[in-house]
Write a protein that binds this ligand. Structure first.
Ligand code: 5GP
Length: 194
């Protein structure tokens, strides 16, 4: 097991409804040393790519995005969730359905901060059905930027997101892939990593 898998086994809680709670170290209280390790691991896995910016989505992507951007020494841009339907023309916009909140949000990024010259590493804390990543990919495409890769802390391998993104031809790296989890026993099974 790698450092993140070990931490998930130690402190993660399996909830009914295919939700893995990691709020004691990843997305409510945050273990900063662990965040930095995640950022450095993304840097190791994408070191050969000419990354100019890291792109993520608020709120829980921001800390992981910060750690990744710090490792690459590039700016972090995060997509903001917006309820407003009257988005001004100086924004890239995508629709994202939230897995945890079961609602739809428009996410926006100012055109000032992404453009055709950018080579992006897209990161997020979780990958479930892939809606958040697809929204970020769509924003990158609108900007004419190149998506060099996608880095996820925890992929739930039994949901379709990972397969969809890989089938689209993107280089997706997930530090921990949960292939099965059982809310009754608390058992978590990881996909073996090479
Ligand atoms: P997706 O868009 O891939 O369906 O879901 C990804 C988003 O939903 C992530 O940004 C994450 O915040 C949230 N999410 C999905 N599954 C889980 C989960 O099992 N636990 C937690 N804490 N968040 C999740």
């Amino acid at each position: 097991m790698n450092f993140l898998e070990e931490r998930i086994v130690r402190d993660g809680i399996v909830k009914p409804g295919n939700v893995l709670k990691v709020d004691s170290f990843l997305n409510h209280q945050m273990d900063i040393a662990l965040m930095n390790e995640i950022g450095m691991e993304f840097h190791r896995r994408f070191a050969h790519k000419p990354i100019t910016k890291v792109l993520t989505i608020e709120a829980s992507g921001i800390a992981i995005g910060y750690a990744a951007a710090n490792a690459f020494k590039v700016p972090l841009v995060f997509a903001k969730k917006s309820k407003s339907i009257n988005i001004e023309g100086d924004m890239y916009v995508a629709e994202v359905e939230s897995f945890t909140h079961k609602n739809r949000n428009q996410v926006i990024v100012s055109k000032k901060f992404l453009g055709p010259e950018d080579h992006l590493l897209i990161v997020d804390d979780f990958l479930a059905n892939g809606c958040a990543l697809q929204g970020l990919i769509s924003i990158s495409e609108s900007a004419g930027a190149t998506v060099e890769g996608l880095g996820i802390a925890i992929e739930k391998g039994f949901q379709i997101g990972g397969r969809v993104i890989r089938n689209l031809g993107y280089h997706l790296e997930s530090l921990a892939i949960v292939d099965a989890m059982d809310a009754e026993t608390g058992t978590i099974t990881f996909r073996p990593q090479v």
